[in-house]
Ligand binder design. Sequence first.
Ligand SMILES: Nc1ncnc2c1ncn2[C@@H]1O[C@H](COP(=O)(O)OP(=O)(O)OP(=O)(O)O)[C@@H](O)[C@H]1O
Length: 230
Amino acid sequence: MIRFDQVSKRYPGGHEALSRLSFELERAEMVFLTGHSGAGKSTLLKLMMLMERPSQGQVFVSGQNLNRLSTRQIPQLRRQIGVVFQNHQLLFDRSVYDNVALPLLIEGYNPTEAGRRVRAALDKVGLLNKEKQNPIVLSGGEQQRVGIARAVVNKPKLLLADEPTGNLDPALSEEIMSLFQQFNDVGVTVLIASHDIALVRRLKKRVLGLANGELAFDGVLHNAANTETA
Ligand SMILES: Nc1ncnc2c1ncn2[C@@H]1O[C@H](COP(=O)(O)OP(=O)(O)OP(=O)(O)O)[C@@H](O)[C@H]1O
């Protein structure tokens, strides 16, 4: 589903954010991306969406070499990818319904089909009864669930999340992770960047650990004394 082949990213100014990074994610895997602040997690996610391009190496998404995609073809790539951010990036002058419908309106869906999909997405995240509300009146956990509904409303094959539980308490973080697990259970490939090592450890999934732009770990974290590589 995803392949990084010797990928390096140097930002203008000379700083190398990623160095010769290679890994593969299988279709329908759920994987965590960890690493210190500045390790390169966001950069890695941005390369998959072509928000940035590699300085060297190749990134493949669904067999497509992203180096071969022109700017004109970027929307077609992004249709396959749902993205969840830490700060939700919700519009606070629109209802919950309108926020979730936004990607479909951009795609040109007719209102009936859009309505059906928006309600299905809100139902999946348990917020069907909040569709008319403004997101500003919702709790942090609910706002994050609106962000997830918006990310999955056009049924992406790949779900990327950048610190999706960064502002949430442990119980809400577990809830959000179990939502990601539900999408993964129906075949969506999920990659989640997270600082929350305790949470990641509990979930016993594959972890890609970045350190200074390099892949320092690829395996399952069990506990501090027993770390098993895949
Ligand atoms: N647009 C940019 N221009 C220049 N340098 C950048 C840019 N974006 C990121 N960097 C640098 O690249 C490195 C990796 O940044 P990145 O945001 O990918 O790390 P991160 O692991 O996501 O960090 P955090 O956990 O703090 O969000 C950092 O040193 C950062 O300062």
